[in-house]
Design a protein. Structure first.
Ligand SMILES: [Zn+2]
Length: 412
């Protein structure tokens, strides 16, 4: 039995205990308060549930800053992302190395669950299992793009499904986005996912062009597309949904989780998703890093809180934390996202120097917080601010730099 104590134990964003401890094995056994004074000298020690990034491309970590190059989504995808992704597909080890560095940055920001959609996902799984973080994986299936064909992409996703199994990982099918597949291909993937009893991970209505494309190419609305491909009753992660108010009834159904990526949406000029309207309509909105200049999830929360969504009023820190714990964990089917007896013990111990006069979650998100310990299903994966894994990160960085030099030389 393990026991950790803190100045605060955050049960959920709206309930916390002062001077309290959590006792756990792989699941939480007990949470109780201590009598007497604080438990830490100096700064604060705060225990929370681990957070999740529900839409991420770990393999794009080395090109993460290019989303801040003033390009719109299509120019960025064609001019920057695909060049790198073709290189990554030709050099699968790069997926392993990139995702190790990216996932470590996420872990150091309190992330214990990552939904990743990209290529070479068996190697991404190797990374996440070596670090000890939970995973929800899919291949970005597209007709062309970085694949030779739709069939090749689908085959890669089905291989992943066969190769990867375990309590801490799920595999979905990843129809990338309506503009990179025909409606028939999209429908085939959704139908197959239902037959296999697994979920879907897709980009939907990320930019206005997605809606215009369906109209001009197929003479259908987003609503008609959703019905045509069978998304309506499918367990799905729907990334972005910036222009999806017309299908708010679909989004609010119980098996859909919207992944909102405020930094990616702003930097690539996608628009602003009506997130708080979605929340009021019962949509299960969570947060995902997607691709952003840092993979520190606290930066995504800070951006979410800092944005005023037009006509919707300001958001707040507690809401942002709810999106990245309760909504994310429940939506992906990994638990309640709260600390309570019987729940899986995905725990983060934070230290905060220079405390603020505010609640514990504000200390974690806005204060000088540092992750000291992380437990996933009760297993210690980060200790004294460093991953417990035996992976030599210095060597990983050296090896990745060699690939980056090779990539640069290969570019016109
Ligand atoms: Zn994405």
């Amino acid at each position: 039995m393990n026991e950790i104590c803190g100045d605060f134990v955050v049960v959920n964003p709206y309930v916390w205990l002062s001077n309290a401890c959590v006792r756990f094995t792989d699941r939480i056994e007990d949470i109780y308060t201590l009598s007497g004074g604080g438990v830490a000298e100096g700064g604060l020690r705060i225990i929370t549930h681990g957070m999740a990034s529900t839409h991420t491309h770990l393999g794009l970590y080395p090109v993460r800053s290019t989303v801040a190059a003033g390009l719109d989504l299509d120019s960025w995808v064609k001019g920057r992302a695909w060049r790198w992704e073709r290189f990554v597909r030709g050099n699968p080890e790069v997926s392993y190395l990139s995702s190790l560095i990216a996932a470590t940055e996420m872990l150091l920001s309190g992330v214990t669950l990552i939904a990743d959609m990209h290529f070479n996902e068996e190697l991404v799984y190797r990374t996440l299992s070596e670090i000890g973080v939970k995973a929800d994986l899919s291949v970005a299936i597209m007709d062309g793009g970085v694949f030779d064909s739709y069939e090749e992409a689908l085959e890669e996703n089905l291989r992943l499904l066969k190769a990867v199994q375990g309590a801490d990982v799920k595999v979905r099918l990843g129809p990338c986005t309506p503009r990179l597949l025909t409606p028939e291909q999209f429908r085939e993937i959704v139908t197959l996912a239902k037959q296999l009893d697994i979920g879907i991970h897709t980009h939907l209505a990320e930019v206005r062009e997605d809606i215009e494309w369906l109209k001009s190419r197929y003479s259908i609305s987003l609503k008609e597309f959703v019905d045509l491909v069978g998304l309506r009753d499918t367990d799905s992660i729907v990334a972005h949904a910036v222009w999806a108010e017309d299908v708010i009834d679909l989004l609010s159904s119980s098996n859909i989780t919207v992944s909102h990526s405020p930094r990616s949406n702003i930097l690539l000029g996608d628009g602003r998703a009506p997130v708080r309207r979605y929340l009021r309509h019962g949509v299960n909105v969570s947060l995902g890093v997607d691709v952003a200049p840092t993979y520190d999830l606290r930066d995504e929360l800070k951006t979410y809180v800092s944005l005023h969504y037009p006509g919707e009023g300001p958001s707040d820190t507690l809401e942002a934390f709810r999106l990245s714990t309760i909504n994310a964990y429940r939506g992906l089917g990994f638990g309640s996202g709260e600390l309570s007896p019987g729940e899986v013990a995905d725990l983060v111990v934070w230290s905060v120097t220079d405390p603020l006069v505010d609640d514990p979650l504000a200390q974690v998100i806005w204060g000088s917080s540092r992750v000291e310990e992380v437990y996933v299903s009760g297993r210690l994966i980060l200790k004294e601010g460093r991953p417990v894994s035996s992976v030599d990160l210095l060597r990983v960085r050296e090896r990745l730099h060699e690939y980056l030099r090779e990539f640069s030389r290969s570019q016109p």
